[in-house]
Ligand binder design. Sequence first.
Ligand code: ADP
Ligand code: ZN
Length: 615
Amino acid sequence: MSRALEVLNEVFGYPAFRGQQGDIVEHVAAGGDSLVLMPTGGGKSLCYQIPSLVRRERGLGAGIVVSPLIALMQDQVAALTEVGVRAAYLNSTLSGAEAAAIERSLRNDEIDLLYVAPERLMTPRFLELLERVKINLFAIDEAHCVSQWGHDFRPEYIQLSVLHERFPSVPRIALTATADAITREEIVHRLALDDAQIFVSSFDRPNIRYRIVEKDNARSQLLDFIRAEHTRADGTTDAGIVYCLSRRKVEETAEWLKGQGIRALPYHAGMEFGVRQEHQERFQREEGVVMCATIAFGMGIDKPDVRFVAHLDLPKSVEGYYQETGRAGRDGLPANAWMAYGLGDVVQQRKMIDESEADDVHKRVQTGKLDALLGLCETASCRRVRLLAYFGEEGRPCGNCDTCLEPPATWDATRETQMALSCVFRAQRASGFNFGAGHLIDILRGSSNEKILQRGHEKLSTFGIGAALSEPEWRAIFRQLVAFGLLAVDHEGFGSLVLTEASKPVLKGGQSITMRRYVKPARTRQSSGRTSERADPTAGMSPRERARWDRLRAWRTETAKHDGVPAYVIFHDATLAEIARGAPDSLDDLRHIPGMGARKLDRFGDEILEVVGAE
Ligand code: ADP
Ligand code: ZN
């Protein structure tokens, strides 16, 4: 057995490497440079932690990890400390004296892994210090931060190429979850990684179940979803994130969920820093918090047991959707990505692009990105295949998304499309301006309400021709027409719809249109029970096992509080559930539970056996 695998078993308590981890670890341990592209939750940390520990044993010094995210650094160091690795971090949260103490430990060769913020690393003083000590590797986490085109650009990252010049014999490993080829090339170029071996993992996240439902009453749909699939037997909920577009909606949603007995907290950039910080802490440390947030929340959140990510509004792109949903299920256990989506979302996003200050080129790029996302929302085939294709990867129907589990019916909507488009045309011609979907649907369904009569729209030839369909069915049609670009949102009006170039051939009757059939959102889906069972680590436990689980959880909460770390740093749910099920009665039995490393066995073994045995 290789030393790396031994370290994985003994220190981290995991039986085997995942995916490409093994190859990467061997390559880095042998001193090679590398660039690792792996999705969130893929297990990037071990790719540098283990080689660093192996090289350290060979007397090659400490590992230096460059990370831009303070919260993440702190969590990693806490987790490493729990497994007995001497880890520390240097960033702006430390006092001068604390930083000096850590630098001293580094000089005395008493640190295994040191996490450093890039701006700290690049100070002349610190670089000089590094030249005087032994370093076994440099790990550059979130390496896409060198990309000037990305959202997360950090100017200090550009300077990291200095590492190669000043420490030519120290291997470097750069890691990122950003997949596209342009970013990859930029990383290689800017970090001088020309000789690095590139490891590209599949970006699939098989444990995430993707679902996009038709928006009806988004809030109560969300509540139904949380109640049906993320409420445990003891009434607490799983940890989850609910993304909303606006700060106001974040606040309102959190408040409303709270009123429904769910431990929800708001998070957005407009909140006072201290409060925001506190909410983030609580989300990470406490169990079962549901964070309602704008996309300001997420970067650097390394909570492995987020069981669901819900979108109440449409993200701006597939990249955004993938990044946000990717925060669910890092621990590899089943997780849900759930989104409610409707006509209003499409109209709103199209309008936002139109009204933005961006130039035409930029607008076209944004429109393209939105279209790709709308394609994902409207697809009648596997969502995962579609997602992976967007990132240039091939896939097969996954069996773990809504369209695979309950294939949507499609129908020939050519005639209804013509009705809708001609209604837009006639109403405009009769009144001299455009109307929103609500009014158009009233015309089509023949509702002679006041607005209709005022405008004389009951005389239009399209009045009442669509009475056979319900209002929600028509909304689904209009949504798809806007999504397909057969209708556009008027610049002037408040969500008024106008014909586009693409609508002409359809109006003339030369093109047929297929749509997803509208399904009335069910209150609580039958099929959804399956997810809740799979995502709940206690699913299928006998009463005795569940009692053990409850005791173990209480013990974990105490221990975490004592150590000042999040509960998952002590043990993941999966490990705890395994103990509850297996009821080990000796340290030797306990040793074989995944997630039980040597140091944790040492520290906690006896206590756990006591907790397990206390029946
Ligand atoms: P990333 O940084 O790629 O998002 P992490 O390094 O945080 O992912 O790993 C995600 C989770 O998977 C962590 O909780 C980690 O403990 C777990 N993990 C990683 N590698 C393994 C493995 N070989 N066996 C079991 N669990 C693993
Ligand atoms: Zn699928």
